[in-house]
Design a binder for this molecule. Structure first.
Ligand SMILES: Cc1ncc(COP(=O)(O)O)c(C=O)c1O
Length: 328
């Protein structure tokens, strides 16, 4: 894992790191990233007292884990500029300055459901907060679908208040294996490792993880990612040709796209988006995600990218369902 991420450090980050590369003491493996999301909360937040910050629209498990751990969620919505969501570092920093009970700031990059990579400079602005004493958690579940060199993981040896989470569930296609990893300073990693239940990473999971993280395994993963990106580019070209498809609201840094469904007047429509979602799921065996209720996502469906055949089926069924709804 360390060799893989060290091999991708970009030259600008390399210069600031002064040779401090990732080592095993920076790691803590978990039962999927979902365990890491929960673990850091249990390490740093006092239930009923402390808070965490999220930037909606974002991954739902931060709020679910917060609720389970009795930790209040403070939200600073992202900027909704079509095609590129971004965080608001100044607003985040102001909020962190006025409320020291916020112990964690969760930033998802590339975002779910936005598909937008967050600018490193914006995250660094939060990391370099002059007074706040908490941890910035960067969830990089989809990082392998973004350009190489964009991961923040190597920077944990520069910023002791940074924790980066990754997983084998997305680019490696091994969601059922349940293996995630967090990168952090050796001190924070030691804390995370010492509160884990003994042996909670099973031997089959550990064996599979070391196999897919070998140089040959990484090559296979990169080949699969390339194929997904070909299909992502195909959907970027083909979806706008369909009647009822509006603009791409999110970015192109993950293995899904966030796209508007529009009404006859060209306005994004939650009603039609929900109809499309239901018809696809119930009658066409195609599952997409309805995200219309999330901030900045009115009328949006989140469409995961599959293989060539699945993309052909998606385009055909989506066109047919939209034609059906538009003719009613
Ligand atoms: C942004 C993000 N983080 C983390 C996860 C959790 O992944 P896992 O627990 O399978 O590693 C997901 C899964 O959908 C996700 O979208």
């Amino acid at each position: 894992m360390c060799d893989f991420r060290n091999s991708e450090i970009n030259s600008a980050d390399k210069q600031t790191l002064n040779g401090k590369v990732l080592k095993p003491e920076n790691l803590c493996f978990g039962v999927g990233s979902d365990e890491s999301i929960d673990a850091i909360m249990r390490v740093l937040c006092v239930p009923g007292k402390d808070k965490l910050l999220t930037c909606p629209p974002t991954y739902g498990m931060y709020a679910v884990s917060a609720q389970i751990n009795d930790v209040e969620v403070v939200s600073i919505n992202m900027n909704f500029i079509k095609g590129k969501f971004s965080i608001k570092p100044d607003e985040i920093n102001a909020r962190l300055a006025e409320d020291p009970s916020i112990k964690l700031a969760y930033i998802c990059s590339p975002g779910n459901p936005t598909g937008s990579l967050i600018e490193k400079a914006d995250i660094i602005k939060v990391l370099e907060h002059p007074t706040w004493n908490g941890i910035v958690v960067v969830d990089e579940a989809y990082i392998d679908f973004a350009p190489e060199g964009t991961s923040m993981a190597p920077l944990v040896n520069k910023y002791p208040n940074l924790l980066v989470m990754q997983t084998l569930s997305k680019s490696f296609g091994l969601a059922g294996v349940r293996c995630g990893v967090s990168f952090a300073s050796p001190d924070l990693s030691r804390l995370l490792n010492s509160m884990k239940a003994p042996y909670n990473i099973s031997t089959p999971t550990a064996r599979l993880a070391s196999r897919v993280l070998s140089p040959e395994g990484i090559k296979v993963m990169k080949g699969l990612v390339k194929k997904i990106i070909v299909q992502r580019d195909r959907l970027v070209r083909e979806l706008p040709k369909l009647q009822g498809i509006g603009e791409f609201v999110g970015g192109e840094d993950a293995n899904f796209l966030l796209v508007e469904i529009i009404d006859k007047d060209g306005k994004p429509s939650n009603d039609i988006a929900r109809q499309v979602y239901t018809k696809l799921a119930e009658f066409r065996n195609v599952i997409v995600r309805y995200r219309g209720k999330e901030p900045g996502c009115t009328g949006c469906l989140r469409i995961s990218i599959g293989n060539e055949e699945e993309t052909t089926i998606l385009l055909k069924e989506l066109q047919s369902v939209l034609a059906e709804i538009y003719s009613e």
